[in-house]
Design a protein around this ligand. Structure first.
Ligand SMILES: Cc1cc2nc3c(=O)[nH]c(=O)nc-3n(C[C@H](O)[C@H](O)[C@H](O)COP(=O)(O)OP(=O)(O)OC[C@H]3O[C@@H](n4cnc5c(N)ncnc54)[C@H](O)[C@@H]3O)c2cc1C
Ligand code: SF4
Length: 514
């Protein structure tokens, strides 16, 4: 066997499931981990994200060492650290002879580009293996997409259900007679209901050391590590998954779109950070969720909804990313050109909904999907913030943020920067939606019923202004017919007043042209 240097990246913490380690020979090979500034600094990630990745890498390295595997671990502060992954591969090759280098494909286009360039120039063979921890690879997705004028998650998801035999009846038809039970999953939360408690993980010794390093070395980065609760090992992640399946999954779905003050988790799984790090096998968790349904412990709408998020949305987003990059990142269909308001970083705003989403994000590097989509994402889109600023914010602030999943969600779902590649219409909404789906508006300093004036909910004028500004692009969209009819019924004076109010709000919040 050739003597092999095996590079493991920070989001490849998948014991026994990593293609780059599959033919590992512990007698000859070395596994390389490198903490490098190029990765910690290309955006100023939330402190918890860096701590999570470092703890994951350090723990994985320890487990491999315990199995007798040779590990070369480069710490961020090591004197000769070159600061980049390619630099560390070069340094390892200069210090010891290897016949080849093997790596599992990175999750971000920027790194894939760098690795491919290095592979083409390197004297030592550099093999980039497919990342088969995902359920649909790039070429299968491209084959599915081929010849389709529109790509929609729902159709992709049905193909994936059949491919993996998930939630099918004896005739191969969808269990319960429908592919999707989303209609049952959009309820506002009744007052008397309390979300279930979540199981969080107290940091182990390796995680505590990583947190201390991050507090010292990345003090100026966003957020705080004080409440760090993420799993950083497969065993810890298994505890979270088992608890989720037993106690939270049965209620998953019904209140998936609801938001409640001081309740960051609701019935969400809070597993994306662990899954994107590689600790949780996506297919295994889908099969275990299905088993809960088959055993009569969780209802179909909950289990179908959960499986759709992972088998459908997660894989669809990844497929779109690799199909459409690099051009995808430069898209700006609505020609948005404004700056992101300062309170996305500080949380200092009187808008109760934004404040709750941002302060939760600072504390936990987490906000649930509807906060990301309908609060922070929607508001930035209504303000006309440039997609690069929005994309940068989402990459920085969440522990689960990796470009393959973050970018399609921001460009496609939150801001419509992709012009409809992912969604058939923008998720634009006024304060009325937030009022219906949350308890934010009651105590808010703004009045959700008002459209104009210093006390008016800022979402309202911005929403109508957004529709008016983008009428040429969106006005003929059949799914936008209702709001455009309402807009057309407004008098020219009303429309002028909305435009003036929207501009006032944008200026007040610092959302000025870049
Ligand atoms: C603007 C915006 C940015 C986002 N950025 C990210 C990101 O950087 N990383 C990330 O993993 N998710 C991102 N999402 C998707 C989604 O919000 C998170 O996956 C989810 O909130 C994670 O919390 P959870 O584990 O409690 O998820 P749940 O709501 O419990 O869902 C279960 C799992 O399904 C998967 N999932 C659900 N929705 C999506 C989706 N739209 N895309 C991909 N996977 C999905 C996740 O793996 C998640 O853990 C983003 C969504 C929006 C609107
Ligand atoms: S009134 Fe407007 S700003 Fe205040 S919480 Fe409701 S939607 Fe948010």
């Amino acid at each position: 066997m050739p003597k092999t240097l095996r590079l493991v990246l920070g989001d490849q913490i998948s014991d026994g499931r990593l293609s780059s380690l599959r033919d590992l020979d512990s007698a000859t090979d070395t596994v390389l981990f490198a903490e490098v500034r190029a990765e910690t600094d290309y955006v100023r990630h939330h402190k918890q994200k860096i701590a999570l990745v470092f703890a994951g890498m350090r723990g994985f390295a320890e487990r491999l060492r315990a199995q007798g595997v040779g590990v070369r671990y480069v710490g961020l502060e090591d004197a000769d650290n070159t600061g980049s992954l390619i630099g560390e591969v070069r340094r390892a090759l200069a210090e010891a002879p290897f016949d080849r280098v093997v790596v599992t494909a990175p999750g971000e286009y920027r790194l894939m580009d760098a690795f491919e360039a290095f592979a083409a120039a390197s004297n030592v063979p550099f093999q980039i293996r497919e990342d088969d921890r995902y359920l649909c690879n790039a070429s299968d997705f491209a084959a599915w997409a081929h010849g389709k004028s529109v790509l929609r998650m729902e159709l992709f998801y049905r193909v994936m259900r059949v491919r993996y035999g998930l939630l099918l009846d004896a005739d191969g038809k969808p269990e319960g007679g429908a592919w999707n039970f989303d209609k049952e999953n959009r309820k506002a939360m009744p007052k008397r209901l309390t979300p279930p408690p979540h199981r969080f993980v107290p940091p182990n010794a390796i995680t505590l050391a990583a947190i201390a390093d991050v507090e010292r070395l990345f003090a100026e980065h966003f957020g705080s590590c004080a409440g760090f609760f993420y799993a950083t090992t497969p065993a810890e992640a298994e505890g979270v998954v088992a608890d989720f399946l037993a106690t939270i999954l049965p209620g998953f779905g019904e209140y998936q779109d609801a938001m409640v003050r001081g309740e960051p988790w609701m019935w969400h799984a809070v597993i994306s950070a662990a899954m994107n790090l590689g600790l949780i096998d996506p297919l295994a968790i889908c099969r275990r969720a299905e088993a809960e349904y088959r055993a009569g412990r969780a209802p179909l709408n909950a289990v179908e909804g959960f499986i759709r998020q992972i088998l459908g949305w997660r894989e669809f987003m990844r497929g779109i990313y690799w199909l459409k990059m690099p051009a995808f990142k430069a898209l700006n269909a609505l020609e948005a050109n404004r700056k992101l308001p300062w309170f996305y970083w500080s949380g200092e705003t009187a808008m109760a909904c934004i404040k709750d989403a941002v302060t939760t994000t600072q504390a936990h590097a987490y906000a649930h999907h509807i906060q990301r989509l309908m609060v922070t994402g929607n508001f930035a889109m209504l303000l006309g913030v440039h997609p690069d600023e929005i994309n940068d914010w989402y990459m920085v602030v969440y522990a689960d943020a990796y470009e393959w999943v973050e970018l399609p969600n921001t460009h496609g779902m939150a801001t419509f920067a992709d012009g409809g590649i992912i969604g058939s219409k923008p998720y634009a909404a006024s304060g009325a939606y937030i009022n219906r789906m949350s308890d934010y508006c009651g105590p808010c300093r703004y009045d959700v019923k008002q459209r104009i004036g210093p006390d008016a909910c800022p979402f309202n004028a911005l929403y109508w202004d957004f529709l008016a500004r983008n009428q040429a692009l969106l006005g003929r969209n059949i799914r936008m017919a209702m709001p455009y009819k309402t807009l057309e019924r407004m008098t020219p004076e009303d429309r002028a007043a909305i435009a003036t109010e929207a501009e006032r709000v944008k200026t007040e919040f610092g959302a000025v042209p870049r």
